[in-house]
Design a protein around this ligand. Structure first.
Ligand code: HEM
Length: 122
């Protein structure tokens, strides 16, 4: 499931960049890629949810990194919100700088905790 999780968020970032460029160019492809990205959110949520279920199997109460796990999940959700807001703002030709900053912060937190702190690894 970690492979699906990593693939789905990496695909999401690629779709975000291409959809952003297409929206800026005024191309219709932006809207289509945005819709595909929204389907990809479901994949990110499904694979993330399955990883949470894996922790549920291991047992949360005895889990010493519970705080990190909770922050990781919030950061992951925050990445999705920031991606969506970037494209909504850009599609209306409004600036999205604050959401790009939020995306970078949330992404760094999710990646550092996911790869370097939390134990379920590839
Ligand atoms: C697009 C946003 C997201 C990014 C960039 C991201 C990033 C990551 C990374 C790098 C890992 C480590 C994978 C590994 O070690 O094999 C991971 C694991 C995980 N993610 Fe996400 N994630 C995101 C969204 C989510 C969401 C929305 C949820 C919850 C619904 C979630 C829940 C988890 C869980 C429970 C793990 C297992 C932690 C572990 O490594 O032990 N993630 N994520």
């Amino acid at each position: 499931m970690t492979h699906l999780h990593i693939t789905s968020w990496a695909l999401g970032l690629i779709l975000l960049i291409i959809a952003f460029v297409m929206y800026r160019k005024g191309s219709k492809a932006g809207k289509i890629l945005h819709m595909i990205l929204r389907l990809d959110y479901l994949l990110i949520l499904y694979s993330g949810g399955d990883l949470i279920a894996e922790y549920a199997r291991i047992g949360f109460p005895s889990f010493p990194l519970l705080g990190e796990l909770i922050v990781k999940i919030i950061a992951g959700l925050w990445v999705i919100v920031a991606m969506e807001m970037i494209l909504v703002k850009t599609s209306k030709s409004k600036p999205a700088t604050s959401f790009w900053i939020q995306l970078i912060i949330a992404l760094l937190i999710a990646i550092i905790l996911g790869f370097f702190r939390l134990p379920i690894s590839m």
